[in-house]
Ligand binder design. Structure first.
Ligand code: NIG
Ligand code: FE
Length: 412
C-alpha cells in the first residue's frame, strides 16, 4: 500500500521522538532532536514513519513533496487563546499609547466588558464566521491544535454561544480544538461579584456540562477580578462537573494565582509576568505547566516572565499566544517564539519545545500531538528555505511556514 504523502529530502526534521516524554523540563528543554536529510511518511492521517533518506526503502506514495533546503516541524500547539470575539479593540490600543493603563480601561467598562457587550449583540453564525478568519490566519502560521476560551459572553446564553462556536470550529475546521469555560473573566456591571459567582456555580457550569461544551475551566485570578479563594471555589465546582482547571495567574500582580493553581491541580498556570521565588518553589513537584504568553507581555508592556529562572529551577515552561482583542491581538506562533527568544532569553530549541511538546502536555494531547512520532496525528508544516532553525525566531515578523499538513491533508 502506498503512503498518502511522502516528504523527502528534508534538510532537518524537527522534534523527532520515538516515544514522547510527557513534557520537557529544566536542562532538557535545550535539547531538540533534529534529523538531517530526512523523510517523513503519512498514511491515513497519521505519521507512518520517518528516517534519514538512505533508510528510505519504500517510496511509493500518492503525493511526494520535495523539501530540499527546508525544515519540517510538528505543528504548534497553542494552549491559550480567546480567539472567538466579535470585534477588535484598537481604540483601546490608541488610549494605551496615550498613557491610559489596561486596568484603567477595564475599570471604565472597557476591556473585557467592552468585548462582552459586542459579543452579546452578535449572532452565533456571525461569531463563527469572524472566528474562521482567525482560524485561517493561525493555520497559515503553523498552528495545528488550539485551546479556545469563552469569557466574552458573561451571561448564560452568551457563554453557551461562545462555547458552541468553539466546538464547531473543532468539528468544521482542520484544527484540533480544546475548549475552556472562562465565565469568571470579569464581573458584569449588573451583578455584585457574589451574585455573579452564584450564577457561574449554579447555572452556567451545570448547563455547559450538560451540553459537554467545556473540557476545562479557567478563572482570571487577579486583583480587581477574582481572588484566590473565589478562584478555588469556582474551579472546584467545575471539577465536580468534569472540567479540569487552568488559571490566568500573576499577570498584573502577585495575586496568588500560581498557588491556587497548584493547590487545585490545574493543568497550567498562564501569564506569570509577576512571579517570584515563592511561586517557583510552589511549582516544583507539581504537574502544573507554567505557561508564558509573550504576546500579552509585549502588547501591554509588562515585564516578561522569568523564563531562565523557571528553567534553572528544573521546571518546564510552555509558550502560547493568548490571542485576544485586548492584550494580545495575534495568534502568530513564530512571532511568539521570536519574543520568547528576544525578550525572555530562551534559545530557539527551548522555545520550540515550549510551544510543541509542553503545550501538548498542557492540553492533554501528548499522545497525539507535539512531536514527529510514529502513530501521532500527521500535523506538520514545511518551512520556506531556511539556513538554520535559529533563522526562524531571528527573522521576526516573517512567516516561515510554506506548506501546512493537518490530519494528513495538505491544507495549503
Ligand atoms: O489573557 N487577562 C485576562 N484575559 C485576557 C485579556 C482579556 C481582554 O483584555 O480582552 C488575557 O490577557
Ligand atoms: Fe488569556
Amino acid at each position: 500500500m502506498p503512503f498518502d504523502i511522502l516528504i523527502v529530502n528534508i534538510k532537518g526534521l524537527v522534534q523527532t521522538r520515538t516515544s514522547t516524554p510527557s513534557f520537557v523540563a529544566g536542562e532538557a528543554m535545550a535539547e531538540l532532536p533534529v534529523l538531517e536529510n530526512a523523510y517523513v511518511a503519512i498514511k491515513d492521517g497519521l505519521i507512518a514513519g520517518y528516517g534519514t533518506m538512505d533508510e528510505l526503502v519504500r517510496s511509493s506514495a500518492t503525493q511526494v513533496l520535495d523539501a530540499t533546503g527546508r525544515f519540517v516541524f510538528p505543528s504548534f500547539v497553542d494552549s491559550h487563546t480567546h480567539l472567538i470575539f466579535a470585534a477588535p479593540r484598537e481604540e483601546e490600543f490608541v488610549m494605551k499609547i496615550k498613557g491610559v493603563t489596561y486596568e484603567e480601561i477595564a475599570a471604565k467598562g472597557g476591556g473585557i466588558l467592552n468585548s462582552a457587550k459586542k459579543l452579546q449583540a452578535t449572532s452565533e453564525e456571525e461569531l463563527f464566521e469572524r472566528a474562521l478568519q482567525r482560524v485561517d490566519e493561525i493555520i497559515k502560521t503553523g498552528t495545528g491544535a488550539v485551546e479556545i476560551k469563552s469569557g466574552y459572553g458573561l451571561t448564560l446564553r452568551d457563554e453557551l454561544k461562545m462555547l458552541r462556536v468553539a466546538r464547531r470550529i473543532g468539528r468544521e475546521t482542520p484544527l484540533t480544538v480544546k475548549t475552556t469555560f472562562l465565565g469568571a473573566h470579569a464581573v458584569p456591571k449588573e451583578y455584585t461579584k457574589e451574585d455573579y459567582i452564584r450564577l457561574i456555580r449554579e447555572e452556567m457550569i451545570p448547563a455547559i456540562a450538560d451540553e459537554k461544551l467545556a473540557d476545562y475551566i479557567d478563572v482570571f485570578c487577579e486583583q480587581g477580578f477574582f481572588s484566590p479563594d473565589e478562584t478555588e471555589e469556582i474551579v472546584e465546582r467545575g471539577k465536580q462537573f468534569g472540567m479540569k482547571p487552568r488559571i490566568h495567574a500573576n499577570q498584573l500582580y502577585r495575586s496568588g494565582g500560581v498557588q491556587v493553581g497548584v493547590k487545585t491541580g490545574a493543568l497550567s498556570v498562564d501569564h506569570l509576568e509577576n512571579i517570584g521565588d515563592e511561586e517557583i518553589e510552589v511549582l516544583k513537584g507539581s504537574r502544573t505547566m507554567p505557561t508564558a504568553l509573550p504576546g500579552a507581555a509585549f502588547f501591554l508592556n509588562l515585564p516578561f516572565p522569568p523564563a531562565r529562572k523557571i528553567m534553572e529551577a528544573g521546571l518546564p515552561l510552555a509558550i502560547a499566544s493568548d490571542y485576544n482583542p485586548g492584550s494580545a491581538p495575534s495568534g502568530n506562533m513564530p512571532l511568539m517564539l521570536s519574543l520568547a527568544c528576544i525578550k525572555m532569553k530562551m534559545t530557539p530549541e527551548e522555545a520550540i519545545n515550549a510551544s510543541t511538546i509542553n503545550t501538548a502536555y498542557a492540553l492533554e494531547l501528548s499522545d497525539t500531538h507535539g512531536s514527529i512520532t510514529k502513530g501521532k496525528v500527521a500535523n506538520l508544516f514545511i518551512t520556506t528555505p531556511l539556513s538554520s532553525i535559529a533563522f526562524m525566531p531571528y527573522h521576526f515578523g516573517s512567516n516561515p511556514v510554506e506548506t501546512v499538513i493537518l490530519n494528513g491533508q495538505v491544507i495549503f
